[in-house]
Every structure is written in structure tokens, then in C-alpha cells.
Design a protein around this ligand. Sequence first.
Ligand SMILES: Cc1cc2nc3c(=O)[nH]c(=O)nc-3n(C[C@H](O)[C@H](O)[C@H](O)COP(=O)(O)O)c2cc1C
Length: 172
Amino acid sequence: MTQNIRACVSRKYPEWIVLISTKDRDGRQNVMPAGWSMFTSHEPLLYAVSVGVERYTHDVIHKTGEFVIAYPVEGMGPDIVHTGTHSGPDKLKETSFEFLPAELVRPGLIKGALVNLECKLHSAHLTGDHTIFVGEVVKGHYSGEPGRRLMNFGSKTYAVARMEAGTVFRYE
Ligand SMILES: Cc1cc2nc3c(=O)[nH]c(=O)nc-3n(C[C@H](O)[C@H](O)[C@H](O)COP(=O)(O)O)c2cc1C
């Protein structure tokens, strides 16, 4: 990639951070943060997340067809850095993440997250060195106030988003 294109890509930040919770076939819980994700359909309700082909999470979603998307909140920053820089379930021993049972999928819900979306794999699209996994949201959980979420600012930096709009423009 040329320097110019790299500079263009870096201007995409900030982006919301989500956590992808998975459980491998041996029942081992894992978490990885992702910045590349979005809702992509209302009906059915679909959520897409782009996962590098070398990630442990990539292999697990392919094999199990299930994942949970969670919106992290302030205080989870150090655990995001740890799970985003180490691979595989063992890394969770060095985090303070706690899990609650999901209702319709095996991966755990992340305790204290603002939102947990239970997803069953709808489709997978290899894009290059990442795969976009599209999950059908089969159950949603919401807790707490809609504030203090975390954003990825690129170049190995993150920050708490204040969630305060400036002037609000309404449109018809
Ligand atoms: C803030 C942040 C955002 C990230 N976004 C993505 C992403 O969108 N897609 C991706 O494949 N990796 C992303 N990563 C890197 C993975 O989280 C990282 O490679 C992680 O160690 C993978 O864990 P695993 O191998 O246990 O699945 C991100 C890391 C951080 C810290």
C-alpha cells in the first residue's frame, strides 16, 4: 500500500469498538475486539464483523457458526488491549472479563457490556485477508445507560466516547 493510501485509511478513525465472544468446540471461551463491524439488515436483523483469517476467532466462528457481539464500556480498555494483542482462549486468564450464559448460543455474554447480541452465522464472505462474518441476531440484551462507550482511534490508541451531540439537525 502506498504512503498516500495509508494516510487515507488512517483518516477513517475513530470507530466503535465491539467485542466478539466465541466458544470453541472444546468449550473454551475467547474474546477479541474488532473495529470493523456494522448492522447490515433490519429484517432479518443482521450484524457483520470483519475478522482476519489468522485470528483464533476466525477459525472458531467457521467451525461453530456462533458468536456474541458486545459493546464494551469505560473500564474495559486494558482488557481490550490485552485481548486485542494476544491470541486464543488462554489470554482470558489475564483479564477481568466475566461471562453470563447466553440463551440461544454457546458463547458467553460479556458481563457489564452495554449490549450483548447473540448471533448465529448467516453467511461468510472472504474479502482478502479478512472474512466478513454476517450473524443473524437471535437475541439481544441491554444493560445500563447509553454512555461511555469505547472508540478505536487507530495507531494503537483508544478513548472513551462522550456520546454528546453538538447541534442536532432533524430531517424529514
Ligand atoms: C481496538 C482494536 C480493534 C481491532 N479490530 C480488529 C478488526 O476489526 N478485525 C480483526 O480481525 N482484528 C482486529 N483487531 C485485532 C484482534 O483483536 C487481535 O488480532 C486479537 O488478538 C485476535 O484474537 P484471537 O486470535 O484470540 O481471535 C483489533 C484489535 C484492537 C485492539
